[in-house]
Design a protein around this ligand. Structure first.
Ligand code: ZN
Length: 256
């Protein structure tokens, strides 16, 4: 089986969409649909025909272009069950543990509520890829709009359990600010210092910091490191629960 080709494109102020193409079957998927023109021009540039549209959650910057893309391409739209707000145009609703086939490989659905309660992520175990929407960012995580810290931490822990060599595609370029915040709460982490320097260089060259690798996130992302003694000492929360540490980190990041 040939590896999927992944083409990331930008839209809005800091959003990323991704096209996934399988040369054997000719199938192409796009993750999220915030901007129809951006998606359709990315498809045109590659000469690919969209077969599947995968939607992570109901926010407009992930769904605003859905109907236009569907009309233009006749693609199959797979998205979350309407836990919070329904999304018009979904053909197949999927929830936690569901699987579907794209380009002759299984795709696993993870329900990762917290940012929204309908959030789902798409795991491609054969290709070692995961699309985390606004749940997990490089060195950060999504804001808690519809869920609470305990809910989001459980979602983050689901993602942490994936193989460490999984490539992580997230939906926004927030990494530079996330790195500064991470250094503030985890200042002695040498892997983090190294990654933060790399991020500065990448952004200075106008390059994306996404995708990232789960192994790197386990080493540098404070939201994946709530049991770390150094972070707990910085927060003065050595004996607190993981949920309390996670909530404090999220609260501080909101104000950062
Ligand atoms: Zn969102």
């Amino acid at each position: 089986m040939a590896a999927l080709e992944c083409v990331q494109f930008t839209y809005g102020s800091d959003n990323y969409g991704v096209l996934l193409h399988d040369a054997t079957t000719g199938q192409t998927a796009c993750v999220d649909a915030g901007d129809a023109q951006a998606t359709l021009s990315a498809l045109r540039a590659q000469g690919w025909t969209l077969s599947h549209l995968l939607i992570t959650h109901h926010h407009g910057d992930h769904t605003a272009g859905l109907m236009q893309i569907k009309q233009a391409t006749q693609c199959l739209v797979i998205g979350p069950e309407p836990v919070s707000q329904p999304i018009a145009g979904i053909d197949t609703q999927v929830g936690d543990g569901d699987q579907f086939v794209f380009a002759e490989r299984q795709v696993e659905v993870l329900h990762t509520p917290g940012h929204t309660t309908d959030m789902i992520n798409f795991h491609f175990p054969v290709d070692k890829l995961v699309f985390t929407g606004d749940t997990l960012f490089s060195m950060g995580c999504g804001r808690l709009f519809e869920g609470d810290a305990a809910m989001m931490l459980a979602s983050i822990n689901k993602l942490k359990a994936l193989p460490a060599d999984t490539t992580v595609y997230c939906a926004h370029e927030y990494t530079a600010t996330n790195a500064k915040f991470a250094l503030a709460v985890d200042p002695d982490n040498t892997e983090l210092q190294k990654r933060a320097d790399e991020v500065v260089d990448l952004r200075a060259s106008g390059l994306p910091t996404v995708p990232t690798l789960l192994r790197l996130e386990l080493q540098t992302n404070p939201f994946l490191r709530v049991s770390d003694s150094g972070i707990r000492q910085t927060l003065n929360m050595v004996d607190s629960t993981d949920t309390a540490v996670f909530a404090e980190l999220r609260e501080r990041r909101n104000k950062y």
